[in-house]
Design a protein around this ligand. Structure first.
Ligand SMILES: *[C@@H]1O[C@H](CO)[C@@H](O)[C@H](O)[C@H]1NC(C)=O
Ligand SMILES: *[C@@H]1O[C@H](CO)[C@@H](O)[C@H](O)[C@H]1NC(C)=O
Ligand SMILES: *[C@@H]1O[C@H](CO)[C@@H](O)[C@H](O)[C@H]1NC(C)=O
Ligand SMILES: *[C@@H]1O[C@H](CO)[C@@H](O)[C@H](O)[C@H]1NC(C)=O
Length: 363
């Protein structure tokens, strides 16, 4: 659901590549880059990762574990202690202690040695095949795996909160949609409505187990056919201004085209006017040529409208390859990874200049 602007992404990518070229051409500067003072930057502390925005997957499971524990504390505080101010102060202390503990551990190069970590993780990533080098596919599979684990952890946490009778299942009446969702529509259709709930209930027993609940919270992931069908219906429902249950070209152009226009990769290279490009794309999707997009026909747009973890994992791998694959052979050697080890920990460490921000905040 998060939209990373391609332009911003491209600019940051270009910037990092240029920065890398600069550093590589200045061996002395490159060395100080590697030995700069390390400063922990747990995401939840900086950006609010519970906002529904997608944040980069953490590369190292050890760091992910720290972050999860830290996030759990914040989450507990938000969900269970908000009514009591005195209590709130207490949790804040614990949260801060937790953060300091993580910071002390991770900033201590003897205990958390990034080079050592890369050496240990390398064989776990280099698995298909184990040939002493890491491909973009292996890297994105690794990120996907880490991302799914981190996602499931959040789902387990949500489950604990919503499962009022503690039977390990969520019924529709137990689930309270987030406040912003319930204001958007009645409680039947729409995200987190009853139809959505039913679509995630694979075995139709009226209850979601952890697998089903995870899918309910993340309907754009590789889903059961019922959820995919529901999502297609929802895509149309949100854009169908004349309420005839399908999208005509006008509805498509005003509400969908901008978000999916690079769906057809070949077209980005062509110099057609955007007018004929939008018509082409519409006709391509409209496989029965009746002039309308039906639920089945919008299925190919899901990946663009609701990007899944696979999309982000591929993106992240692509970015890392661009920075770390110095000899451009399409693979990462252990040496390349060690030489550019901070690229893997980009979400974790920040530069010195930003430090005061935190300290001010907690003074
Ligand atoms: C995503 O983050 C931006 C600001 O960083 C915020 O304005 C927006 O509401 C967030 N999206 C969601 C779904 O919370
Ligand atoms: C980190 O590990 C590498 C490889 O094992 C080692 O060469 C280096 O000295 C270690 N650094 C520290 C600060 O212990
Ligand atoms: C969802 O399924 C239940 C049965 O489990 C049914 O009673 C209910 O009408 C369904 N709701 C919708 C909106 O489809
Ligand atoms: C949850 O139920 C689905 C079928 O409805 C099943 O495939 C899945 O294995 C179950 N998950 C767990 C953790 O039991």
């Amino acid at each position: 659901m998060a939209k990373a602007s391609p332009t911003v992404l491209f600019l940051s990518l270009t910037f990092v590549v240029l920065l890398y070229i600069l550093l590589a051409s200045l061996p002395h500067k490159a060395t100080t880059f590697h030995h700069r003072h390390r400063r922990l930057n747990l995401r939840s502390h900086v950006a609010n990762s519970r906002s529904g925005n997608h944040t980069a997957v953490i590369f190292d499971p050890l760091i992910a574990d720290f972050e999860q524990r830290f996030e759990d504390r914040q989450w507990e505080q938000d969900h269970f202690h908000f009514e009591n101010d005195a209590h709130d102060d207490m949790s804040h202390m614990t949260e801060w202690e937790e953060y300091m503990k993580a910071e002390n551990f991770i900033n201590d190069e003897d205990r958390f040695n990034i080079t050592d970590r890369i050496i240990q993780l390398f064989p776990l990533i280099d698995v298909s095949p184990s040939d002493g080098r890491v491909s973009a596919q292996e890297l994105s599979a690794w990120h996907l795996n880490q991302g799914m684990k981190q996602m499931l952890h959040r789902t387990q946490r949500e489950m604990q909160f919503h499962d009022k009778d503690k039977d390990g299942f969520i019924s529709f009446s137990e689930y309270e949609p987030p406040a912003w969702a319930s204001s958007l529509h009645d409680d039947k259709s729409g995200f987190w409505g009853e139809e959505h709930f039913n679509a995630s209930d694979v075995d139709g027993d009226g209850l979601l187990n952890i697998t089903e609940f995870n899918e309910f919270l993340h309907p754009s992931e590789e889903s059961n056919p019922k959820t995919t069908k529901w999502l297609c219906k929802e895509i149309i429902r949100q854009r169908d201004s004349d309420k005839d249950g399908k999208l005509d070209f006008k509805e498509f152009l005003s509400s969908m085209y901008e978000n999916i226009k690079d769906l057809d990769q070949d077209h980005t290279a062509s110099h057609d006017s955007s007018d004929s490009r939008s018509k082409d794309l519409f006709m391509q999707l409209d496989s029965n040529h009746d002039g309308y997009l039906s639920e089945d026909e919008v299925m190919p747009t899901i990946a663009k409208l609701h990007p899944s973890e696979i999309h982000y994992a591929k993106d992240q791998a692509k970015y890392i390859m661009s920075v770390v694959d110095v000899d451009n052979d399409g693979f990462l050697s252990l040496k390349e990874m060690i030489d550019n080890e901070y690229a893997f920990y980009g979400t974790v460490f920040q530069d010195e200049e930003d430090i005061d921000y935190y300290h001010d905040e907690f003074r």
